[in-house]
Design a protein around this ligand. Sequence first.
Ligand SMILES: CCN(CC)CCN(C[C@]12C[C@](c3ccc(C(F)(F)F)cc3)(C1)C2)C(=O)Cn1c(SCc2ccc(F)cc2)nc(=O)c2c1C=CC2
Length: 391
Amino acid sequence: MGSSCSNHLGIPPPKGPNHVGCTDFMMDHTAQGSFFRLYYPCQETEKAEKPDWVPNMEYFYGLADFMKINRTWSEKIFEYLFGSYKIPAYMDAPFKSSEKCPVVIFSHGLGAFRTLYSAICVELASQGFIVASVEHRDESASATFYFHEKTEPGLTQREWMYYRALKHGESEFPLRNKQVKQRADECILALDKLTQMNSGVAVQNVLQTPFDYTTLENSMDLCRTAVIGHSFGGATVIESLCKEVKFKCGVALDAWMVPLDDEIFPRVKQPIFFINSEKFQWAGNISRMKKLDCTVIDRKMITIRGTVHQSFPDFTFLTGNWIGKLMKLKGEIDPELAIDLSNKATLAFLQRHLHLEKDFNQWDPLIDGHDKNLIPGTNNLSQLKPVPLNE
Ligand SMILES: CCN(CC)CCN(C[C@]12C[C@](c3ccc(C(F)(F)F)cc3)(C1)C2)C(=O)Cn1c(SCc2ccc(F)cc2)nc(=O)c2c1C=CC2
């Protein structure tokens, strides 16, 4: 998919001091291996291209499946609406950072995949983080791929795994609980791969990208690691914190709490920041977040006024107001202002709990909802509303 998009829409560029590079990593041919997009501070290079936002057509097919719409014409619509957008980062640009980078593992939502939260991941990388945006193989992604057993040396063909919808009459919890456990394992495995890269252990990347992973040796501060996720990825944050104490804190963006066992809540010991949209809130979901409230561990919650569930993924920047509001991809608030508030509040929380020596503490008031576009805690209407299913 070529040609730069000419209209005013697009994924907002990063605001931090670093230029941002990105590259893809897949540890082996199997669906059990780790697969993520890596965003990192890079050298400024004219040569590097900006990658397509949606890397392969199969992702649009998967998105059609997820949206329960016909693949044929929806692929044309997606191609027309979104086919030419680029990620505001330089593909395979050389890594460059004057200091060790803190690390974030990012987990996407149901029906999403690794590139759909680029505005968040690129911003964090521009602020000095190394971010691995995992692509989950639990059949919750619209689509993902791995490789058939090596047919011939070097020659490998992609195997696509598509979104698995709930079967008619199938109950949601058992599937989502199994998936959230796999998702947490995949976040932990991604952290393990980054740990190997940091220690100079040679790691195999079955995607022959030109990026030189040896340049990441001694580049990461693995004592400063966090996990962040949207919706189902927010539940993955909680599950990952419970399973892996190397994650020092978590940021759950509009967490969908359904997949989680109640019994894990008392077992999570790390700080958690819930950043919620105004619309994706209902009593059952909020009450489970509140079960994580704790006097001795920093647990924070804010609501961003005028936002919807889709205010966190990149789609919110890519359609005009009319279509955006119709498809609930946009709320009342300007999408760039909303993500800016979310990113700044996230950076302040990460500074506090990863003990960063940056100036992100300038945004501490946002953690407590002190801004005209923020509400401390929930939107308090959540008691009234039934469960939103089409958010
Ligand atoms: C009818 C299908 N039904 C499936 C269960 C509900 C579908 N749905 C609402 C949608 C996603 C929507 C969407 C996307 C993308 C366009 C596009 F046109 F821009 F492409 C339009 C409209 C359709 C808004 C959600 O699932 C909401 N949601 C999400 S949305 C994450 C996502 C997925 C694909 C993306 F491209 C971007 C973001 N992540 C979660 O973890 C959870 C939920 C709900 C509970 C847990």
